[in-house]
Design a protein around this ligand. Structure first.
Ligand code: ADE
Length: 220
């Protein structure tokens, strides 16, 4: 799976994508990350990418020209690449959506994540967007954090990324809510708090029963 991130703040994204699981996934050849600097497509001597809104109002909006040119530069090499726009006005990102994006059909998919900044973007930019995604009902300063969350939640589901085969399956979020049973590691007793006896028993059936009985289902 490949992600091309169009951003003005590559330096904010690199540390996370070059750490831990995201790095391992790239090392194993399961993930490719490419950055495109939106500034390179900026206009005039200042390489400007934004301007004031028609009709007045506060703030600056991303202009069409730099964004279209940046997206087209990627699509020239891969016309099949799909464009994701993080925006609070998008469809809510859920575990179900992450699963769809990580499904075997889209495993070799190439996604372009276009990170807006400033107060917003020119509405005409939506004409080149395939998926508008919201991370939740709050407003962030840009698309960089959403890009990291979208990538992380998809990549951890790709077969071979997580250590244990079942790690991604026995996860907290399922299609119908949040489900998880309590888990413990060594020591068996810590500051008076004991690990439930059954988990130390080695009795697989009883452990499975205990886990089932203690599975928590949270509101979503
Ligand atoms: N950009 C700013 N806020 C956002 C949000 N909540 N989700 C996605 N993109 C955003």
């Amino acid at each position: 799976m490949k992600f091309t991130i169009i951003t003005l703040f590559e330096e904010a994204l690199r540390p996370y994508l070059e750490s831990s699981m995201m790095w391992k996934a790239q090392d194993k050849g399961l993930l490719e990350i490419e950055f495109v600097n939106l500034r390179e497509f900026g206009l005039g001597p200042h390489k400007s990418v934004d301007d004031t809104p028609y009709g007045g109002g506060d703030g600056m909006l991303l202009r069409c020209e730099p964004v279209f040119n940046a997206v087209e530069s990627v699509k020239e090499k891969d016309p099949e690449a799909k464009v994701i726009l993080p925006t609070p006005a998008g469809e809510l990102w859920t575990q179900k959506k992450a699963r769809e994006f990580a499904s075997p059909i889209s495993k070799s998919q190439h996604y372009i994540i276009l990170c807006p900044h400033y107060e917003g973007y020119d509405e005409r930019i939506l004409s080149i967007v395939d998926y508008k995604i919201s991370l939740g009902s709050y407003v962030l300063t840009g698309g960089e954090l959403p890009a990291l969350i979208i990538i992380d939640s998809i990549v951890r589901l790709l077969p071979g990324v997580l250590g244990g085969e079942t790690s991604a399956e026995v996860e907290s979020f399922s299609e119908d809510g949040i489900i998880e049973y309590p888990q413990y590691t060594k020591p068996a007793e810590f500051r008076g708090m004991k690990v439930p006896e059954v988990l130390l028993s080695g009795h697989h059936e009883k452990i499975a029963e205990w886990r089932k009985a203690n599975t928590k289902r949270a509101e979503y």
